[in-house]
Design a protein around this ligand. Structure first.
Ligand code: PMP
Length: 458
Protein backbone atom coordinates (compact mmCIF):
# COMPACT_ATOMS: atom_id res chain seq x y z
CA UNK A 1 0.00 0.00 0.00
CA UNK A 2 1.17 3.51 -0.69
CA UNK A 3 2.18 5.12 2.59
CA UNK A 4 1.46 8.71 1.66
CA UNK A 5 2.55 10.07 5.01
CA UNK A 6 5.94 8.37 4.80
CA UNK A 7 6.32 9.42 1.19
CA UNK A 8 5.68 13.05 2.05
CA UNK A 9 8.03 12.93 5.03
CA UNK A 10 10.80 11.42 2.86
CA UNK A 11 10.26 13.71 -0.09
CA UNK A 12 9.42 17.00 1.59
CA UNK A 13 12.84 18.42 0.74
CA UNK A 14 12.44 17.62 -2.98
CA UNK A 15 8.96 18.99 -3.57
CA UNK A 16 9.96 22.51 -4.58
CA UNK A 17 12.55 21.25 -7.03
CA UNK A 18 10.18 18.65 -8.52
CA UNK A 19 7.59 21.33 -9.01
CA UNK A 20 10.14 23.56 -10.70
CA UNK A 21 11.45 20.77 -12.92
CA UNK A 22 8.24 19.01 -13.81
CA UNK A 23 5.21 21.26 -13.29
CA UNK A 24 5.74 24.95 -14.04
CA UNK A 25 9.26 26.42 -13.93
CA UNK A 26 8.04 29.91 -14.87
CA UNK A 27 5.54 29.98 -12.01
CA UNK A 28 8.14 28.71 -9.55
CA UNK A 29 10.57 31.42 -10.63
CA UNK A 30 7.92 34.12 -10.42
CA UNK A 31 6.96 32.96 -6.93
CA UNK A 32 10.61 33.07 -5.89
CA UNK A 33 10.96 36.64 -7.13
CA UNK A 34 8.00 37.80 -5.10
CA UNK A 35 8.92 35.72 -2.06
CA UNK A 36 5.80 33.57 -2.37
CA UNK A 37 7.69 30.29 -2.79
CA UNK A 38 6.85 29.20 0.74
CA UNK A 39 6.21 25.59 1.50
CA UNK A 40 3.15 25.27 3.65
CA UNK A 41 2.77 21.96 5.43
CA UNK A 42 -0.74 22.18 6.79
CA UNK A 43 -4.05 23.93 6.23
CA UNK A 44 -6.83 24.38 8.74
CA UNK A 45 -9.88 26.61 8.46
CA UNK A 46 -8.87 30.06 7.28
CA UNK A 47 -5.17 29.39 7.88
CA UNK A 48 -2.06 27.87 6.36
CA UNK A 49 0.93 26.75 8.43
CA UNK A 50 4.60 26.48 7.48
CA UNK A 51 7.12 23.96 8.76
CA UNK A 52 8.10 26.19 11.68
CA UNK A 53 4.46 26.24 12.77
CA UNK A 54 3.86 29.86 11.74
CA UNK A 55 0.23 30.63 10.98
CA UNK A 56 -0.79 32.58 7.87
CA UNK A 57 -4.22 34.04 7.16
CA UNK A 58 -5.01 32.81 3.68
CA UNK A 59 -6.80 35.56 1.77
CA UNK A 60 -6.51 33.70 -1.50
CA UNK A 61 -8.26 30.57 -0.27
CA UNK A 62 -7.38 28.61 -3.39
CA UNK A 63 -8.85 31.38 -5.61
CA UNK A 64 -12.05 31.20 -3.61
CA UNK A 65 -12.35 27.46 -3.17
CA UNK A 66 -12.13 27.19 0.60
CA UNK A 67 -15.40 28.85 1.51
CA UNK A 68 -15.83 26.39 4.39
CA UNK A 69 -12.17 26.62 5.35
CA UNK A 70 -9.42 24.10 4.70
CA UNK A 71 -9.77 20.48 5.72
CA UNK A 72 -13.19 20.86 7.22
CA UNK A 73 -13.74 17.82 9.46
CA UNK A 74 -17.45 17.44 8.62
CA UNK A 75 -16.80 17.45 4.88
CA UNK A 76 -13.96 15.00 5.35
CA UNK A 77 -16.24 12.73 7.37
CA UNK A 78 -18.91 12.76 4.64
CA UNK A 79 -16.27 11.89 2.07
CA UNK A 80 -15.01 9.04 4.23
CA UNK A 81 -18.58 7.78 4.51
CA UNK A 82 -19.00 7.98 0.74
CA UNK A 83 -15.87 5.85 0.36
CA UNK A 84 -16.85 3.37 3.03
CA UNK A 85 -20.25 2.84 1.41
CA UNK A 86 -18.65 1.18 -1.65
CA UNK A 87 -21.06 3.09 -3.87
CA UNK A 88 -21.51 1.99 -7.48
CA UNK A 89 -19.75 5.12 -8.70
CA UNK A 90 -19.75 6.28 -12.34
CA UNK A 91 -21.99 3.57 -13.72
CA UNK A 92 -22.71 6.06 -16.51
CA UNK A 93 -25.61 4.02 -17.85
CA UNK A 94 -27.68 3.67 -14.70
CA UNK A 95 -29.09 5.81 -11.87
CA UNK A 96 -26.37 7.71 -10.04
CA UNK A 97 -26.50 7.63 -6.24
CA UNK A 98 -25.96 11.22 -5.20
CA UNK A 99 -26.27 13.60 -8.14
CA UNK A 100 -30.05 13.94 -7.96
CA UNK A 101 -29.81 14.82 -4.27
CA UNK A 102 -27.24 17.54 -4.88
CA UNK A 103 -29.18 18.84 -7.90
CA UNK A 104 -32.31 19.16 -5.75
CA UNK A 105 -30.41 21.13 -3.10
CA UNK A 106 -28.83 23.49 -5.60
CA UNK A 107 -32.12 24.16 -7.37
CA UNK A 108 -33.75 24.97 -4.04
CA UNK A 109 -31.04 27.49 -3.20
CA UNK A 110 -30.73 29.11 -6.62
CA UNK A 111 -32.41 32.39 -7.48
CA UNK A 112 -35.38 32.41 -9.88
CA UNK A 113 -36.73 29.45 -11.77
CA UNK A 114 -33.92 27.06 -12.60
CA UNK A 115 -34.82 23.42 -13.11
CA UNK A 116 -31.98 21.30 -14.41
CA UNK A 117 -28.38 20.63 -13.38
CA UNK A 118 -25.33 19.44 -15.27
CA UNK A 119 -22.33 18.59 -13.11
CA UNK A 120 -18.83 19.48 -14.25
CA UNK A 121 -15.27 19.00 -13.01
CA UNK A 122 -14.36 22.67 -13.00
CA UNK A 123 -15.55 26.21 -13.51
CA UNK A 124 -14.30 26.46 -17.05
CA UNK A 125 -16.16 23.30 -18.01
CA UNK A 126 -19.30 24.94 -16.68
CA UNK A 127 -18.67 27.95 -18.89
CA UNK A 128 -18.11 25.72 -21.93
CA UNK A 129 -21.40 24.01 -21.11
CA UNK A 130 -23.24 27.32 -20.89
CA UNK A 131 -21.92 28.45 -24.29
CA UNK A 132 -23.07 25.21 -25.90
CA UNK A 133 -26.45 25.41 -24.15
CA UNK A 134 -26.99 29.03 -25.25
CA UNK A 135 -26.24 28.14 -28.86
CA UNK A 136 -28.42 25.03 -28.85
CA UNK A 137 -31.28 26.84 -27.12
CA UNK A 138 -31.38 29.87 -29.40
CA UNK A 139 -30.09 28.53 -32.70
CA UNK A 140 -27.84 31.61 -32.73
CA UNK A 141 -24.08 31.72 -32.31
CA UNK A 142 -22.64 34.99 -31.01
CA UNK A 143 -21.63 35.24 -27.36
CA UNK A 144 -21.29 38.59 -25.61
CA UNK A 145 -19.01 38.95 -22.62
CA UNK A 146 -17.62 41.85 -20.64
CA UNK A 147 -14.25 43.50 -20.86
CA UNK A 148 -12.01 42.41 -17.95
CA UNK A 149 -14.12 39.27 -17.54
CA UNK A 150 -12.60 35.99 -16.41
CA UNK A 151 -14.43 32.76 -17.14
CA UNK A 152 -11.66 30.16 -17.24
CA UNK A 153 -8.89 29.13 -19.59
CA UNK A 154 -10.14 26.32 -21.83
CA UNK A 155 -10.65 27.54 -25.37
CA UNK A 156 -14.34 28.47 -25.28
CA UNK A 157 -13.96 30.18 -21.91
CA UNK A 158 -10.74 31.85 -23.05
CA UNK A 159 -12.63 33.25 -26.02
CA UNK A 160 -14.95 35.10 -23.64
CA UNK A 161 -12.08 36.26 -21.44
CA UNK A 162 -11.80 40.03 -21.27
CA UNK A 163 -8.06 40.09 -20.49
CA UNK A 164 -6.00 39.70 -23.65
CA UNK A 165 -2.88 38.66 -21.71
CA UNK A 166 -4.36 35.20 -21.37
CA UNK A 167 -5.04 34.81 -25.09
CA UNK A 168 -1.59 35.48 -26.51
CA UNK A 169 -0.32 32.52 -28.50
CA UNK A 170 -3.54 30.51 -28.32
CA UNK A 171 -5.56 31.99 -31.18
CA UNK A 172 -7.71 31.88 -33.15
CA UNK A 173 -10.45 32.10 -30.56
CA UNK A 174 -14.02 30.83 -30.80
CA UNK A 175 -16.16 33.09 -32.97
CA UNK A 176 -18.34 35.05 -33.10
CA UNK A 177 -17.67 36.65 -29.73
CA UNK A 178 -17.94 40.32 -28.76
CA UNK A 179 -16.74 42.16 -25.64
CA UNK A 180 -18.72 45.03 -24.16
CA UNK A 181 -17.73 47.21 -21.20
CA UNK A 182 -19.02 45.93 -17.85
CA UNK A 183 -21.85 48.03 -16.48
CA UNK A 184 -22.72 49.52 -19.89
CA UNK A 185 -26.30 48.68 -20.84
CA UNK A 186 -26.30 50.75 -24.03
CA UNK A 187 -23.32 48.81 -25.40
CA UNK A 188 -24.99 45.52 -24.49
CA UNK A 189 -28.26 46.51 -26.13
CA UNK A 190 -26.48 47.62 -29.31
CA UNK A 191 -24.95 44.16 -29.64
CA UNK A 192 -28.12 42.29 -28.70
CA UNK A 193 -30.10 44.29 -31.25
CA UNK A 194 -28.06 42.74 -34.05
CA UNK A 195 -30.24 39.68 -33.50
CA UNK A 196 -27.52 37.01 -33.68
CA UNK A 197 -26.65 36.76 -29.98
CA UNK A 198 -27.00 33.34 -28.33
CA UNK A 199 -26.00 34.46 -24.87
CA UNK A 200 -24.52 37.11 -22.61
CA UNK A 201 -22.14 35.76 -19.97
CA UNK A 202 -21.32 37.90 -16.95
CA UNK A 203 -19.81 37.63 -13.48
CA UNK A 204 -22.22 39.45 -11.13
CA UNK A 205 -19.13 40.95 -9.49
CA UNK A 206 -16.05 40.83 -11.68
CA UNK A 207 -13.25 38.85 -10.08
CA UNK A 208 -10.42 40.65 -11.89
CA UNK A 209 -10.30 44.01 -10.16
CA UNK A 210 -13.40 43.30 -8.01
CA UNK A 211 -15.76 45.52 -9.98
CA UNK A 212 -19.29 45.79 -8.62
CA UNK A 213 -22.03 46.79 -11.07
CA UNK A 214 -24.41 49.67 -10.44
CA UNK A 215 -27.74 48.55 -9.02
CA UNK A 216 -29.80 48.46 -12.19
CA UNK A 217 -27.21 46.83 -14.42
CA UNK A 218 -27.79 43.11 -13.97
CA UNK A 219 -31.62 43.15 -13.81
CA UNK A 220 -31.71 45.38 -16.90
CA UNK A 221 -29.15 43.24 -18.70
CA UNK A 222 -31.26 40.15 -17.98
CA UNK A 223 -34.39 41.94 -19.26
CA UNK A 224 -32.56 43.02 -22.44
CA UNK A 225 -31.44 39.44 -23.03
CA UNK A 226 -35.03 38.27 -22.73
CA UNK A 227 -36.23 40.99 -25.08
CA UNK A 228 -33.68 39.95 -27.70
CA UNK A 229 -34.09 36.21 -27.09
CA UNK A 230 -30.55 35.68 -25.80
CA UNK A 231 -29.61 33.57 -22.79
CA UNK A 232 -28.50 35.44 -19.65
CA UNK A 233 -25.66 33.44 -18.11
CA UNK A 234 -24.52 34.29 -14.59
CA UNK A 235 -21.01 32.98 -13.94
CA UNK A 236 -21.04 32.53 -10.17
CA UNK A 237 -18.00 30.26 -10.13
CA UNK A 238 -16.29 32.70 -7.78
CA UNK A 239 -19.20 34.67 -6.34
CA UNK A 240 -21.49 31.71 -5.65
CA UNK A 241 -22.17 29.90 -2.39
CA UNK A 242 -21.82 32.69 0.11
CA UNK A 243 -18.70 34.48 -1.09
CA UNK A 244 -20.45 37.85 -1.44
CA UNK A 245 -22.60 37.62 1.68
CA UNK A 246 -25.59 36.07 -0.15
CA UNK A 247 -25.85 32.47 -1.26
CA UNK A 248 -25.62 33.77 -4.86
CA UNK A 249 -24.44 37.25 -5.84
CA UNK A 250 -27.42 37.55 -8.22
CA UNK A 251 -29.57 37.88 -5.09
CA UNK A 252 -28.07 41.29 -4.29
CA UNK A 253 -29.98 42.67 -7.25
CA UNK A 254 -32.88 40.21 -7.55
CA UNK A 255 -31.54 38.88 -10.85
CA UNK A 256 -32.91 35.63 -12.22
CA UNK A 257 -30.47 34.10 -14.70
CA UNK A 258 -31.37 31.59 -17.43
CA UNK A 259 -28.16 29.72 -16.67
CA UNK A 260 -26.14 29.89 -13.46
CA UNK A 261 -22.69 28.37 -13.09
CA UNK A 262 -21.06 27.41 -9.78
CA UNK A 263 -17.85 25.53 -8.98
CA UNK A 264 -14.93 26.34 -6.62
CA UNK A 265 -16.63 26.42 -3.19
CA UNK A 266 -18.95 23.51 -4.04
CA UNK A 267 -15.87 21.29 -3.80
CA UNK A 268 -15.53 21.81 -0.06
CA UNK A 269 -11.88 22.23 -1.01
CA UNK A 270 -11.59 18.49 -1.53
CA UNK A 271 -13.15 17.34 -4.80
CA UNK A 272 -13.17 19.19 -8.11
CA UNK A 273 -16.80 19.85 -8.98
CA UNK A 274 -18.98 22.43 -10.65
CA UNK A 275 -22.61 22.70 -11.65
CA UNK A 276 -24.54 24.39 -14.43
CA UNK A 277 -28.11 25.19 -13.46
CA UNK A 278 -30.47 25.95 -16.33
CA UNK A 279 -34.08 26.45 -17.20
CA UNK A 280 -35.87 23.34 -18.36
CA UNK A 281 -36.64 24.66 -21.87
CA UNK A 282 -32.95 25.31 -22.47
CA UNK A 283 -32.03 21.84 -21.32
CA UNK A 284 -34.73 20.33 -23.54
CA UNK A 285 -33.28 22.09 -26.56
CA UNK A 286 -29.88 20.54 -25.85
CA UNK A 287 -31.07 17.04 -25.03
CA UNK A 288 -33.87 17.25 -27.58
CA UNK A 289 -34.15 13.62 -28.62
CA UNK A 290 -33.36 10.26 -27.08
CA UNK A 291 -30.40 9.83 -29.41
CA UNK A 292 -29.03 13.15 -28.11
CA UNK A 293 -29.07 12.04 -24.47
CA UNK A 294 -25.24 11.95 -24.36
CA UNK A 295 -24.74 14.95 -26.59
CA UNK A 296 -23.20 16.88 -23.71
CA UNK A 297 -21.48 14.84 -20.99
CA UNK A 298 -18.19 13.93 -19.39
CA UNK A 299 -16.75 10.79 -17.84
CA UNK A 300 -16.57 12.21 -14.35
CA UNK A 301 -19.87 14.08 -14.27
CA UNK A 302 -21.92 13.14 -11.18
CA UNK A 303 -19.04 11.26 -9.58
CA UNK A 304 -19.97 10.23 -6.08
CA UNK A 305 -17.10 11.80 -4.17
CA UNK A 306 -17.68 15.14 -5.90
CA UNK A 307 -21.40 14.93 -5.18
CA UNK A 308 -20.73 14.02 -1.54
CA UNK A 309 -18.36 16.99 -1.25
CA UNK A 310 -21.06 19.25 -2.69
CA UNK A 311 -23.77 17.96 -0.38
CA UNK A 312 -21.49 18.22 2.64
CA UNK A 313 -20.42 21.73 1.66
CA UNK A 314 -24.00 22.96 1.42
CA UNK A 315 -24.69 21.42 4.84
CA UNK A 316 -21.68 23.17 6.41
CA UNK A 317 -22.60 26.51 4.82
CA UNK A 318 -26.04 26.21 6.38
CA UNK A 319 -25.13 24.72 9.78
CA UNK A 320 -22.32 27.19 10.39
CA UNK A 321 -24.29 30.13 8.93
CA UNK A 322 -21.30 30.93 6.76
CA UNK A 323 -23.23 33.07 4.29
CA UNK A 324 -24.26 35.34 7.16
CA UNK A 325 -20.71 35.28 8.51
CA UNK A 326 -19.42 36.28 5.09
CA UNK A 327 -21.75 39.30 5.09
CA UNK A 328 -20.91 40.31 8.65
CA UNK A 329 -17.14 39.80 8.44
CA UNK A 330 -17.07 41.36 4.97
CA UNK A 331 -18.78 44.50 6.25
CA UNK A 332 -16.51 44.70 9.26
CA UNK A 333 -13.41 44.25 7.14
CA UNK A 334 -14.49 46.76 4.49
CA UNK A 335 -15.52 49.40 7.03
CA UNK A 336 -12.37 49.09 9.10
CA UNK A 337 -10.13 49.10 6.04
CA UNK A 338 -11.89 52.25 4.83
CA UNK A 339 -11.40 53.93 8.20
CA UNK A 340 -7.71 53.04 8.33
CA UNK A 341 -7.13 53.65 4.63
CA UNK A 342 -8.62 57.12 4.86
CA UNK A 343 -5.45 58.29 6.61
CA UNK A 344 -3.27 57.48 3.63
CA UNK A 345 -2.74 59.50 0.50
CA UNK A 346 -2.46 56.56 -1.86
CA UNK A 347 -5.55 54.73 -0.58
CA UNK A 348 -8.46 55.09 -2.95
CA UNK A 349 -11.31 52.79 -1.94
CA UNK A 350 -12.47 49.39 -0.75
CA UNK A 351 -15.12 47.78 -2.90
CA UNK A 352 -16.87 44.43 -3.18
CA UNK A 353 -19.46 42.50 -1.26
CA UNK A 354 -19.12 40.04 1.60
CA UNK A 355 -15.68 38.46 1.60
CA UNK A 356 -14.80 39.38 -1.97
CA UNK A 357 -13.06 42.69 -1.53
CA UNK A 358 -10.71 44.86 -3.54
CA UNK A 359 -8.53 47.58 -2.03
CA UNK A 360 -7.63 50.14 -4.66
CA UNK A 361 -4.72 52.56 -4.48
CA UNK A 362 -4.23 55.76 -6.44
CA UNK A 363 -1.43 58.03 -7.60
CA UNK A 364 -0.25 60.29 -4.77
CA UNK A 365 0.01 64.04 -5.08
CA UNK A 366 3.03 64.69 -2.88
CA UNK A 367 6.20 64.94 -4.92
CA UNK A 368 8.43 62.24 -3.44
CA UNK A 369 5.70 59.59 -3.29
CA UNK A 370 4.67 60.45 -6.83
CA UNK A 371 8.22 59.84 -7.99
CA UNK A 372 8.22 56.35 -6.50
CA UNK A 373 4.75 55.62 -7.82
CA UNK A 374 5.62 56.71 -11.35
CA UNK A 375 8.89 54.79 -11.30
CA UNK A 376 7.19 51.52 -10.34
CA UNK A 377 4.31 52.06 -12.76
CA UNK A 378 6.65 52.79 -15.63
CA UNK A 379 8.20 49.36 -15.07
CA UNK A 380 5.02 47.37 -14.49
CA UNK A 381 1.49 48.47 -13.71
CA UNK A 382 0.95 45.77 -11.06
CA UNK A 383 4.25 46.26 -9.25
CA UNK A 384 3.07 48.70 -6.62
CA UNK A 385 0.54 46.33 -5.11
CA UNK A 386 2.92 43.40 -5.36
CA UNK A 387 5.50 45.45 -3.43
CA UNK A 388 2.92 45.85 -0.65
CA UNK A 389 1.91 42.20 -0.72
CA UNK A 390 5.43 40.96 -0.06
CA UNK A 391 5.82 42.52 3.42
CA UNK A 392 2.19 41.61 4.03
CA UNK A 393 3.20 37.97 3.61
CA UNK A 394 6.72 37.97 5.05
CA UNK A 395 6.16 40.28 8.01
CA UNK A 396 2.46 39.88 8.75
CA UNK A 397 1.80 36.37 7.40
CA UNK A 398 -1.14 37.35 5.26
CA UNK A 399 -1.39 35.69 1.84
CA UNK A 400 -3.21 37.73 -0.81
CA UNK A 401 -2.94 38.67 -4.47
CA UNK A 402 -3.01 41.56 -6.91
CA UNK A 403 -6.52 41.66 -8.37
CA UNK A 404 -5.37 41.46 -12.00
CA UNK A 405 -3.00 42.79 -14.64
CA UNK A 406 -2.46 46.55 -14.81
CA UNK A 407 -4.39 47.24 -11.64
CA UNK A 408 -3.56 48.96 -8.37
CA UNK A 409 -5.95 46.68 -6.54
CA UNK A 410 -5.25 44.10 -3.86
CA UNK A 411 -7.87 41.40 -3.67
CA UNK A 412 -9.02 39.71 -0.48
CA UNK A 413 -10.81 36.40 -0.76
CA UNK A 414 -10.49 34.75 2.65
CA UNK A 415 -12.36 31.69 3.80
CA UNK A 416 -15.91 32.43 4.95
CA UNK A 417 -15.04 31.06 8.40
CA UNK A 418 -12.84 34.01 9.39
CA UNK A 419 -13.75 35.67 12.67
CA UNK A 420 -13.57 39.15 14.19
CA UNK A 421 -10.03 38.61 15.48
CA UNK A 422 -8.87 37.64 11.99
CA UNK A 423 -10.53 40.72 10.53
CA UNK A 424 -8.95 43.01 13.10
CA UNK A 425 -5.57 41.39 12.52
CA UNK A 426 -5.89 41.92 8.76
CA UNK A 427 -6.79 45.57 9.26
CA UNK A 428 -3.78 46.08 11.56
CA UNK A 429 -1.48 44.40 9.04
CA UNK A 430 -2.75 46.60 6.21
CA UNK A 431 -2.40 49.68 8.38
CA UNK A 432 1.28 48.91 8.93
CA UNK A 433 1.98 48.06 5.31
CA UNK A 434 0.18 51.17 4.08
CA UNK A 435 2.16 53.28 6.55
CA UNK A 436 5.40 51.73 5.27
CA UNK A 437 4.55 52.41 1.64
CA UNK A 438 3.92 56.06 2.45
CA UNK A 439 7.56 56.46 3.47
CA UNK A 440 9.71 57.24 0.44
CA UNK A 441 12.40 56.12 0.33
CA UNK A 442 11.20 53.26 2.47
CA UNK A 443 10.93 49.48 2.73
CA UNK A 444 8.04 48.95 0.32
CA UNK A 445 9.74 50.97 -2.39
CA UNK A 446 12.92 48.98 -1.86
CA UNK A 447 10.94 45.82 -2.45
CA UNK A 448 9.44 47.43 -5.55
CA UNK A 449 12.89 48.27 -6.88
CA UNK A 450 14.08 44.73 -6.27
CA UNK A 451 11.03 43.33 -8.07
CA UNK A 452 11.52 45.67 -10.97
CA UNK A 453 15.17 44.63 -11.21
CA UNK A 454 14.23 40.94 -11.22
CA UNK A 455 11.64 41.62 -13.90
CA UNK A 456 14.10 43.50 -16.10
CA UNK A 457 16.59 40.65 -15.74
CA UNK A 458 13.99 38.43 -17.21
N1 PMP B 1 -15.38 31.72 -13.88
C1 PMP B 1 -14.95 32.53 -12.90
C2 PMP B 1 -15.77 33.72 -12.55
C3 PMP B 1 -13.77 32.25 -12.22
O1 PMP B 1 -13.37 33.07 -11.24
C4 PMP B 1 -13.03 31.12 -12.58
C5 PMP B 1 -11.75 30.74 -11.87
N2 PMP B 1 -11.05 31.74 -11.26
C6 PMP B 1 -13.51 30.30 -13.61
C7 PMP B 1 -14.69 30.62 -14.23
C8 PMP B 1 -12.76 29.08 -14.03
O2 PMP B 1 -12.85 28.10 -13.06
P1 PMP B 1 -11.80 26.88 -13.05
O3 PMP B 1 -10.48 27.45 -12.68
O4 PMP B 1 -12.36 25.93 -12.04
O5 PMP B 1 -11.81 26.31 -14.42
Amino acid sequence: MLDLKALLTDERGHLALLSEERINPALCKALKVIGYNKQYVRGKGAYLFDEAGNRYIDCLSGFGTFACGRNHPAIRESLKQAMDLDLPNLVAMGVASLSGLLARELIQLAPGQLDMVFFTNSGTEGVETSIKYARAATGKSRIIHCKRSFHGLSLGSLSVNGNDEFKEGFGPMLEPVTAVPFNDLAALERELARGDVAGFIVEPIQGKGVFVPSDGYLPEAAALCRKHKAIFIADEVQTGLGRTGKMFACEHWGVEPDILIVAKALSGGYMPVGAVLSKRWIHEKVFSRLDRCFVHSSTFTENDLAMAAGLATLTVLKEETLVENSAAMGNRLAEKLRAVGGQYEMFSEVRGRGLMLGIEFKQPTSLTLKMGWNLLHSLDASLFCQAMLIPLLTEHRVLAQVAGHHLDVIKLLPSLVINEDDVDYLVGAFDQVMAACHRFPGPVWEVGKRLAGAQLRG
